[in-house]
Design a protein around this ligand. Sequence first.
Ligand code: ASP
Length: 578
Amino acid sequence: MLRSHTCGQLRLADVGTPVTLAGWVQRVRDKGSVVWIDLRDRYGITQIVLNEDVPEALRAQARTLGREFVLQVQGRVVERYSKNPQMPTGDVEVLPERLHVLNESKTPPFVIEDEADGGEDLRAKYRYLDIRRAPVREALLLRHRAAQSVRRYMDGQGFVEVETPVLIKSTPEGARDFVVPSRIHPGQFYALPQSPQTFKQLLMVAGMDRYFQIVKCFRDEDLRADRQPEFTQIDCEMSFVERDDVLDTFEGLICQLWQDTLGIELPRPFARMSYADAERLYGSDKPDLRFGMTFCELKGLAAGHGFGVFDQAEYVGGIVAPGCAGYTRKQVDELTEWVKRPQIGATGLVYVRYEADGSVKSSVDKFYTPEVLKTWLEAAQAQPGDLLLILAGPAAKTRKALGELRLEMGTRLGLRDKASFAVSWVLDFPLLEYNEEDGRWYAMHHPFTSPYPEDIALLDTDPGRVRANAYDLVINGYEVGGGSIRIHDKALQARMFDILGFSPEEAQAQFGFLMNAFEYGAPPHGGLAFGFDRLCMILGGSESIRDYIAFPKNNAGRDVMIDSPSEIEPKLKKELGL
Ligand code: ASP
């Protein structure tokens, strides 16, 4: 080896030991009679000191070293006079006998320290340099530890890691497929999997009993913030189970993951909430439960007092911002502008201040007496000193906007601590969603999700009321995973495709392989998949999954380092019949 120790290893106990280190020159500081080199590798930084005890020639050589030169240092460990308690190696330094440049480096385009001076695009273009920075490196190391933790747990529970193909057949799972043209079969295409859904179900038919895979999935979706066209799932499936068996198994996984990576014990069992309650109380199917601020429905109390907006609105709902009665006019105006932004889509914001002295002030006190306003405050369980914020309009849209306002207020009031974790299952999703635009039903989860047996009869009479035997896991307002008990009966699966608008021929052409498999003894089965990048992001307390992906794409879906997507050679295009 070109080194005896790493740059993160040496301590006081090593004083006097001859060592050889190798790493990158983070910085050279020259005080004339003393020169210091900070030498960095994956494990840390060690200070190399060139004082009057080393020959001047060595100091002269040190002065020629540029940032990011690859350097081998032979020397002896000495105790530092001025110790640096911030650094694990801060008690010692290395007094060199020889400096050997293993490779030179151009001056890097940004400073490779914890706080880089380069913008995001520049750092993405030189991602290999960005990864040398401690925070980026630590994120990848966290991801590694998380992956190992998952594998240990799954193996311990008897899950078998099976690889499924990446060149598959296009299936409608909700998003658009990426496709790969076939050269050998001109005019035909493979698709990249949005998930290994049908394969894992086939593995259950195949008797594998318990499957998992840490696997890349591909979705050609319109780019929204913090989406990646390729991302990683912890994909799982198990046979002979009911819903609660699945929930229990994967609570175990999440608990072990938190224990192994953060040393945190999450309380079990996890909370459970119905989809209906999540929407009613938080305006979201992935509520951030680190704080309360649940919705209060005010239509009943607000209608019939001559205020047209509330009289006509399908929904009137409010949240209590604790301690915010003192908000100035300007602050309220600014919040009003905030809710009116197109992304939020509210038409206005009504407030009721519950002053500390118990009096009431409101933007609608022309229409409502203080007594009436007090009934709202009571219904919302507001305390003197609180501010009630109210939105009104069409139910679904207004709940969503109020949900956004709730999150915004939670952020402003510091109620969303990254180091605390609120975990909940969301259950009882509707099986189907109706799309007004094309007049069709769509599977809310995917077409393989089983309805609750007691709801099957409703498929004929009232499909919108059928509940899916599906579940999502939500942590701190992020959907980190989801799955379902599957349909394992050919007739029910065929019925489902029929409701979703597939003719029997189309269903056979697209999913014949699965329906045929169901004729050969499919066991009852269910599973779920976690978004691994997102789990890492939450574990790491970050807000971007990109931080946990070694070579991510940017917001426009481009890899600016390798410059992809890009043109292909005309010859290749021709061979592919494009
Ligand atoms: N395949 C599903 C997904 O990617 C997860 C599951 O149902 O297991 O969302």
